[in-house]
Write a protein that binds this ligand. Structure first.
Ligand SMILES: Cc1ncc(COP(=O)(O)O)c(C=O)c1O
Length: 387
């Protein structure tokens, strides 16, 4: 089987893990945590980085620090992994779901602006949703596949409507926007170091930003709100710290960020070139305003090809393909959520997306096999006889 996305652990991971064991620094204090935060700051253009136990906990802590309070609404695209919405619920707020722009699969900012104008009002410097009377405190664009929405417009909307801007950059390490670094695009951004991400720690997250005050607060909140050196705590904090063991793996991974992102982009280019002119098949979007790190790649089926059957056939042929995110407003825990008036792009797209093998360690012959097999199945042919 050519796997969908497996970690590439052939660098210094083992040596650094051994160092943790030899020095007994396995927990949340240790040199690798410090090193990871420094290296990640360089890689994302951040003034500071706080390493966390997961992308989800990074999002949760960032929402709290950015002022999201119980009962608030947070603007989120429905086409995302459920963790984006879960983090909002963990903050006792609720997501307000929006559609996506077909050219990036990121939140539709035209729709956000329109719905804010139609449904919201600003009172004493705060935005309220008229029908529910609830405060709208933040917008959380998701950098789908490493793509970004037009972040100048996201910033303009947030400034006009007094919203905090938190980027769910879970899959976007290595992406830049009009040549600008990831960390400077939002008030805070949250990256995931989960096992299927381009850079992994096994599990973990990073909160990156350029505002020292916000970053200090995030660090405090994620380390149990402890006031050192004694056992004093000034609020109910969270134990969201990454361990030195996980950071050791992430440091080794970050050393190869450029190489990993280049390979991800090569895989994307190979699939998009191969499937560009195939009738009834779409390719993954490549917006020209950002330099995507191309986290996942694949194809978009037409309405007639059944995704589950197609994925099963690919799996049987040894290709680790998979369906992609089911929109969050269609998930049971979010069934009664507030949504934008129209989610038609999301609803028409999601069930037709098939992700194809895109590990950074994939070989050229493996890519060729994926292309050959996929083309053959799309044409209803026999993969052995395709060139
Ligand atoms: C868009 C998105 N947001 C949030 C998360 C949550 O990150 P984690 O799994 O590290 O908690 C993920 C992925 O796992 C994701 O893909």
């Amino acid at each position: 089987m050519i796997p969908l996305a497996v970690p590439n652990l052939s660098g210094n991971e083992r040596a650094y893990l051994n160092e943790c064991i030899d020095t007994t620094f396995v927990s949340s204090v240790g040199e690798f945590v410090n090193r990871l935060e420094k290296d990640a700051a360089v890689a994302t253009g951040a003034k500071g980085v706080v390493a966390t136990s997961a992308g989800t906990t990074a999002l949760h802590a960032a929402l709290l620090v950015l002022g999201v309070r119980p009962g608030d609404l947070v603007i989120v695209p429905s086409f995302t992994f459920i963790a984006s919405a879960n983090a909002v619920r963990h903050a006792n707020a609720d997501p307000w779901f929006f559609d996506i722009d077909p050219s990036s699969w990121c939140i539709d900012l035209k729709q956000v602006r329109k719905e804010l104008e139609e449904h919201c009002v600003i009172r004493r410097g705060m935005t309220y949703h008229r029908a529910t009377g609830r405060r709208v405190t933040a917008m959380m664009p998701v950098y789908t596949l490493g793509n970004m929405p037009i972040m100048d417009e996201a910033r303009a909307i947030c400034d006009e409507w007094h919203l905090a801007l938190l980027a769910d950059a879970a899959c976007a390490i290595g992406s830049t926007y009009k040549g600008r670094q990831l960390a400077e695009l939002a008030d805070l951004s949250a990256i995931s170091l989960n096992g299927n991400k381009t850079v992994t720690a096994g599990g973990g997250g990073l909160i990156v930003g350029i505002d020292d005050g916000l970053l200090d607060e995030v660090r405090h909140l994620t380390t149990t709100a402890r006031v050192w050196p004694n056992y004093d705590f000034d609020r109910v904090g969270y134990n969201y710290r990454l361990t030195n063991l996980q950071a050791a793996v992430a440091v080794a991974q970050l050393e190869r960020l450029d190489e990993f992102v280049s390979r991800k982009r090569e895989v994307r280019a190979a699939y998009n070139n191969a499937f560009a002119n195939l009738e009834g098949i779409g390719t993954f979007p490549e917006p020209n305003w950002c330099e995507s790190a191309c986290w996942f790649s694949g194809v978009v089926l037409d309405d007639k090809t059944h995704t589950n059957t197609f994925v099963k056939e690919l799996n049987e042929a040894g290709i680790g393909a998979k369906a992609f995110w089911k929109p969050v407003h269609l998930q049971e825990p979010y069934a009664n959520s507030l949504t934008a008036d129209d989610l038609s792009v999301t609803e028409a797209l999601w069930s037709r997306v098939v992700t194809l093998p895109c590990s950074t360690g994939i070989s050229d012959p493996e890519i060729a096999t994926v292309i050959r097999t996929t083309r053959a199945l799309l044409k209803g042919g026999d993969s052995q006889n395709e060139d």
